[in-house]
Write a protein of this length. Structure first.
Length: 445
């Protein structure tokens, strides 16, 4: 694609990078076939190619974003299916991220939208605030339909996504060291994240049990949110501040670490991108690259361990939902399925598995109608398989899919933990009429 940025514009490293990305695009349109919003809406401007034209025009002319541009960029899920499809290697993720920063700096959003985004940025990354908000949301769930009727669909979406009850706080939450059982074979750090400790602490607890049982010492030293949530809303400064906090926390423990593990693939994609995000920060660039190189999805790391089933073949049919951030963002598609097969589960691929479920961070709140349609399509494809359980490697996907089906949804690591000697996942135990064993997880003093 030909561009016409001035030399003065290209002096900005962000514009120079946008120019490089734009020039890689050859207009082929392969991306349209795998773009969820184009599949749903059939509008060229709601395809990656269409959005690239909008971004190019906006940046070249160095003008504020218009309502039309914002509408189509906001509809992008950042699922990155287009990057998997693109034969030219167009790095759409970095281009759309830059466009979102430009939008937030130059566009005056309607007041309600602005307040909603500020609320999300303040509440979701903070464990304490999120817990209080979800407790209050339980009281408001019966009124979700009323909010939707009043034109407050995002508020209604938040209420509908809120869990009916919050699990108890886990001892796995909070900083600490979890020693390996027996002789130590490795040492890793684990990102606890911001939403997971409140909504699904069982995920990190399962990861810690599984790792320590196999001789891996686990260190929890992070600072909660990785910055992903605000990053995808164009909140550049807040995202970079979160990244710096994480890097500082991990740097103190980094010697002797084999990996930094992440159980939420959306967060993992961002942590693996810290090196790029902080490339122009002299104080953090080198440290960010080091952290990014150590970052691994939990399934990626487990693939290198000698795991063996303690239960033999379970016979359970697992529909494996490949989160976009894992299959497209991190190019990890085989490892989770191979792990599940190896330890005795019958794993089935979901038809149209390349299409997003509609979660996409905060997308199911900010674009609830499109998210609902994508969830219905995803759930319909899953239910054709008649699985006993759905497994996924990203909490956002788990919550999104669970809101549309009665089939239990669990994290991949919970199934692996159970098969190798841990307790049965609570969601699965409830469906099977049994009681999950209680295994305590407490850091070493």
């Amino acid at each position: 694609m030909q561009t016409s940025f001035t030399l003065a514009q290209l002096a900005d490293p962000n514009i120079a990078e946008a120019d490089r990305i734009l020039r890689a695009c050859v207009h082929c349109g392969f991306c349209t076939a795998t773009c969820p919003t184009y599949v749903l809406l059939g509008d060229e401007l709601d395809s990656p190619r269409g959005r690239i034209y909008l971004i190019k025009d906006m940046l070249e002319h160095d003008r504020p974003a218009t309502a039309e541009v914002v509408k189509h960029i906001d509809r992008c899920l950042s699922c990155l299916a287009c990057m998997t499809t693109c034969p030219s290697g167009v790095h759409y993720m970095h281009l759309v991220d830059h466009a979102r920063v430009h939008i937030e700096r130059t566009y005056a959003r309607p007041r309600v939208d602005r307040m909603l985004r500020a609320f999300i940025a303040r509440i979701l990354p903070n464990n304490g605030r999120l817990r209080r908000m979800l407790a209050a949301a339980r009281l408001g769930k019966p009124f979700a339909g009323l909010f939707a009727a009043l034109g407050l669909a995002p508020v209604a979406a938040m209420l509908r996504l809120a869990p009916a009850r919050l699990p108890a706080k886990s001892a796995a939450h909070g900083k600490g060291r979890f020693p390996a059982a027996g002789s130590r074979r490795g040492r890793v750090a684990l990102l606890t994240g911001c939403v997971s400790p409140v909504v699904a602490p069982s995920i990190n607890a399962a990861a810690i049990r599984l790792l320590t049982r196999h001789g891996i010492e686990v260190v929890v030293a992070d600072e909660g949110c990785c910055g992903s949530l605000v990053h995808h809303m164009g909140g550049e400064e807040a995202a970079l501040a979160a990244a710096r906090r994480q890097i500082d926390a991990w740097t103190a423990e980094i010697e002797g670490l084999d990996a930094i593990l992440v159980t939420a693939s959306g967060c993992g994609t961002t942590v693996k991108d810290y090196g790029y995000m902080l490339r122009n920060d002299r104080a953090y660039a080198d440290k960010a690259i080091r952290v990014s190189r150590l970052a691994r999805d939990i399934s990626e790391y487990l693939s290198g361990l000698d795991l063996s089933s303690q239960r033999g073949s379970t016979g359970l049919v697992v529909a494996y939902h490949s989160a976009c951030s894992l299959q497209h963002g991190q190019k990890i598609s085989r490892a989770p399925k191979e792990l599940l097969c190896k330890i005795g589960f019958v794993v089935k691929d979901v038809p149209e598995g390349h299409l997003c479920c509609g979660s996409a961070g905060t997308y199911n709140i900010l674009q609830p109608e499109l998210a609902r349609r994508l969830r219905a399509r995803k759930v319909g494809n899953i239910e054709k398989l008649k699985p006993d359980v759905i497994a996924a490697g990203n909490l956002g996907c788990m919550m999104q899919i669970a809101a549309g089906t009665v089939i239990p949804v669990v994290h991949t690591v919970e199934l692996i933990d159970w098969a190798t000697g841990g307790p049965e996942p609570e969601a699965l135990a409830g469906k099977r009429g049994s009681s999950a064993a209680v295994t305590s997880i407490a850091p070493a003093k």
